[in-house]
Design a binder for this molecule. Sequence first.
Ligand SMILES: Nc1ncnc2c1ncn2[C@@H]1O[C@H](COP(=O)(O)OP(=O)(O)OP(=O)(O)O)[C@@H](O)[C@H]1O
Ligand SMILES: [Mg+2]
Length: 452
Amino acid sequence: MINERYALQEVFTPTQPARANFVERKNVNEKLVKALVTPGKQIVVYGHSGCGKTTLLVNKLHQFYEDHIVTRCTNTMSFEQIMLNGFDQLNPFYNIEQVKSNNTKISSAISSEYALIKAQIGGEYSDSSETKMQRIIPPQLTVQTLARLLGEAKCCWVLEDFHKIARSEKTKLAQSMKLFMDMSDIYASLKIIAIGAVNTAREVIEYDAEMRNRVAEIQVPLMNAVELTEIVDKGQQLLNFSLRPSVKKSIVNYSNGLAAVCHQLCFNICFAAGITETLPERVMISDKELQQALEAYIEEASDTVKSAFDKALRQRKRQYENGKLILQALIKADISGARHSEILAEIRKKEPGYPPSNLTSYLHQLQTEKKGKLLRYDSASGKYSFADPIYRFFATAVLAQEPGSVVSTLQDNFIISLSDEMKKSLSEMIVKISKDIVTTYIQSTTSGSTSF
Ligand SMILES: Nc1ncnc2c1ncn2[C@@H]1O[C@H](COP(=O)(O)OP(=O)(O)OP(=O)(O)O)[C@@H](O)[C@H]1O
Ligand SMILES: [Mg+2]
């Protein structure tokens, strides 16, 4: 018996925080909730892109907080501009009509203070677009004032991508966190929650040693197989369809920790099967629909893949083709990736003198935006792997020297559920798309100016 109807895009959300199909993250939940309800505790949430930081926060804030505002940081934003963005976003809380309707008791004194500062700043309510951020911040809008305005509105402040801001501005952020902590005596809910990339945990503390113990640093790990399975199960339940157990297992295995990939595959499967909302009767997905879904998935990713490989494989002429050697070694490892020592051992089968320092340096570079962010490092397992599982197919198509290797990578990634016919058709597609990458790569290596 289905009680509620959901649209496909509410259930599988590859590009948005999951709500209807949110699964609890047991291993971080307790820590995050504890930090959220501890007055004065400031929070840094960090982890790999796509590990679920935003989703987790959105859902938990909803459960434990009256309200929050979000400021998205960019590398050109000064701390003053970040403050101004926070100030602007408080506008609805100090809008007289709105205050009346949601019954929040904000004193008239503080409301007029907001109005006064707003008048001095001038201009309309602005979003974070940079042209609008050129306004001058008046002396009255100090961090203390902003904290008071947030506190009165019982609102906490989320800073997305805080790792992007310049060093000097991070110092100011750390100092503001300290001030927020001190002011939590008056406003228990006052809090800054900074969301950052992996390896940025210590940044706030490094900038202000006094913040040690006062900031909860919460690492959101990649999703484990149990959590990913729950996304598929819950989705099947909400939309009323069924996948063969082997297909479900394959999706989980292939997603390799990334919930977005899991959502995308399930979305494509439902789309191919014509499921746009909760079905009145349970439907079983056929192999034909699965194949269509996977083809669409590969096709949709092709531009991103081409651009990532293009960045990764361009390099000035060097003694070793570092990137190529690393990617070739990683293809040999299983989907979970390989440790530094294992990659080194694999490369040395071909290049016995290959220096470990080269490996360290290029493993780092291949994780940067400049080099296409092809790889990721998981500190829990100590392994490097492809940042998106689809890169593994393409790396195989471009760099593996054995014929048939794309088919075996498909088999390895999707484990058991693909028929021979499906594997053949998918690998042909991958090889076809890879031709462009191979052409660019070969051109760039033979020109002599660019090679790994
Ligand atoms: N707990 C969860 N339950 C179900 N789906 C989730 C969960 N967490 C994340 N997802 C899904 O995973 C994808 C990535 O999540 P999210 O955007 O929260 O990651 P992120 O860590 O904030 O990434 P980025 O660093 O790129 O901002 C989204 O498609 C989201 O719907
Ligand atoms: Mg995010």
